[in-house]
Design a protein around this ligand. Structure first.
Ligand SMILES: [Zn+2]
Length: 91
C-alpha cells in the first residue's frame, strides 16, 4: 500500500468515526468545567467545594460537538431552502 493511499484511508476512517460520534452522542462534556456545570473551588482546609455556575455551558456541563453544530446549521439552511409549504405560499 502506497503512502498517500494509507494517509487517505486513515483520514477517511477518522472522519467517519467522528461523524458517527456526532450522530450517536451530539453533546460532549464542557471543556471549561469538565462536565460538572460549576467551578470546583477548594476551601481553606483543602476540601473541594462547589463554586459558581459555569457560564459557558449555562450550568448544564454539556456542549454541542463541533461536527454536530455544523450539521445542524447545514440542515437548517437546507430545510429553509427546500421547504415545499413555504415556496407554495410565496408563489
Ligand atoms: Zn461548563
Amino acid at each position: 500500500m502506497s503512502l498517500p493511499l494509507l494517509a487517505f484511508t486513515c483520514l477517511t476512517l477518522v472522519t467517519l468515526c467522528y461523524c458517527g460520534k456526532c450522530w450517536l452522542s451530539p453533546f460532549g462534556r464542557c471543556r471549561k468545567c469538565r462536565g460538572f456545570g460549576y467551578a470546583v473551588r477548594t476551601t481553606r482546609r483543602g476540601r473541594p467545594k462547589r463554586g459558581r455556575d459555569c457560564r459557558r455551558c449555562r450550568a448544564t456541563g454539556r456542549r454541542i460537538r463541533t461536527g454536530r453544530w455544523l450539521y445542524n446549521r447545514w440542515a437548517r439552511i437546507h430545510r429553509a431552502g427546500t421547504d415545499q409549504s413555504r415556496t407554495e405560499v410565496t408563489r
